[in-house]
Design a protein around this ligand. Structure first.
Ligand code: MN
Length: 385
């Protein structure tokens, strides 16, 4: 088994500090998303990563051992928060993956909070970790769908975090892995901005794990980047990693298309050079089409459908080239129920960079309806990260 990975972290488009931390090496991968004032979030996430990392120096072999390690990290953060008043109440999420090689290689995933580990296999993206969050509890109870959870106003409330209490319950999941599997560890900065279907699409569009991790962060930032985003992409490869086998394994594989190259190209090299030229040209054309497609499909807008119901569309108003907008979310809000000024506002087809922002707009529309039909108001408090 051969592993190849890429990792990146980004402060995002809104925040001043990056409170995420990560670690990636041969058999251990960690993402932690810290919270707390006065840089305490950074301290908590860094402490989680360093404690698990140093404890894993002799290797991780069993789920119990992994769980014990994460609990040690919890103790380290909790103790530090008691020792320094500026760090009191600091905490962090943690998702960590340990690779157990062998005849039947396995992955152990430890999780506390709402950072995630995904498995991408045969074109399907599945979550290996289960979030400890308020919205996940609503999903478990069947009150909302996973897609609604992603844009829920209280999506940032975690129900479990490291460093908050003396003890923490740690989930550990064990899965068999095989060649071709791709694992993604990430903080909620990615999943809040990018739907699972879009994460899966980016995973198909890029093969190099570092390129893929960076592309995912780019999409998160393009969709708003309201939080720090950290992504690790890990590919489980075969021992033989070269995907293309040439008859003559010489330097032609690396030969660039250069006119007047110092060495006289042989006929075979020339043929490969021409082939490279055409494949590069096709790649460029394909790249342009993809870029236009991504642009045409990126963005959301709100408007009325034929039944006069308020709908969130994905794409550009009126479509672009051959990309027509598609329905992202249908609502039961009808034009007849809307106050005149709100009705007018919706008919202006306001555009948003993410479905989350569009959902926020829908909430404002709903609030306007509520205020126009009722005199009671509700207040709510939110404990968000
Ligand atoms: Mn976060």
């Amino acid at each position: 088994m051969k592993l190849k990975w890429g990792a990146t972290t980004d402060v995002g488009m809104v925040r001043q500090q990056n409170e995420d931390a990560f670690h990636a090496e041969e058999n251990l991968y960690i993402v932690a998303d810290g919270m707390g004032g006065h840089n305490a979030g950074e301290v908590a996430s860094a402490l989680a990563v360093s404690t698990v990392r140093s404890g894993a120096r002799m290797g991780i072999h069993t789920p119990d051992q992994f769980r014990e390690l994460v609990q040690q990290a919890n103790t380290a953060i909790y103790t530090a928060s008691l020792d320094d008043s500026t760090q009191s109440g600091m905490g962090t999420t943690l998702t960590a993956a340990a690779i157990i090689p062998g005849e039947e290689p396995r992955i152990l995933v430890a999780n506390v909070g709402d950072s995630r580990t995904y498995l991408y296999r045969s074109g399907a993206l599945t979550r290996l970790s289960v979030d400890h969050s308020y919205v996940q509890e609503l999903v478990n109870e069947g009150i909302i769908t996973p897609e609604e959870a992603r844009v829920h106003p209280r999506r940032n409330i975690v129900t479990r975090a490291m460093g908050i209490d003396r003890f923490v319950q740690v989930d550990v999941f064990s899965h068999l892995v095989r060649t071709g599997d791709r694992l993604v560890l990430c903080s909620d900065g990615l999943v809040d901005e990018v739907a699972d279907t879009d994460i899966a699409r980016v995973l198909t569009e890029h093969s190099d794990p570092q390129d893929t991790a960076e592309a995912l962060v780019l999409v998160a930032n393009a969709n708003g980047g309201r939080d720090n985003t950290t992504v690790i992409v890990l590919d489980i490869l075969d021992d033989i990693s070269a995907p293309i086998v040439l008859d003559e394994p010489d330097d032609t594989q690396q030969m660039p298309v250069v006119v007047g190259a110092p060495s006289k190209p042989t006929k075979k090299k020339l043929r490969i050079g021409v082939a490279l030229f055409w494949s590069a040209l096709i790649a460029i054309i394909f790249g342009v089409i993809t870029t236009v497609g991504v642009y045409a499909r990126s963005g959301y807008y709100v408007g009325f459908n034929e039944d006069d119901n308020v709908v969130v569309y994905r794409g550009r108003v009126g479509g672009m080239l051959w990309f027509q907008p598609t329905v992202d979310t249908e609502t039961k809000l009808n034009g007849d129920d809307l106050p005149d000024n709100v009705r007018l506002d919706v008919s202006m087809n306001k555009s948003f960079t993410s479905s989350g922002l569009a959902a926020k707009y829908l909430m404002l529309v709903q609030t306007a309806i509520d205020n126009s039909t009722s005199t009671t108001t509700t207040t709510s408090t939110t404990i968000a990260k």
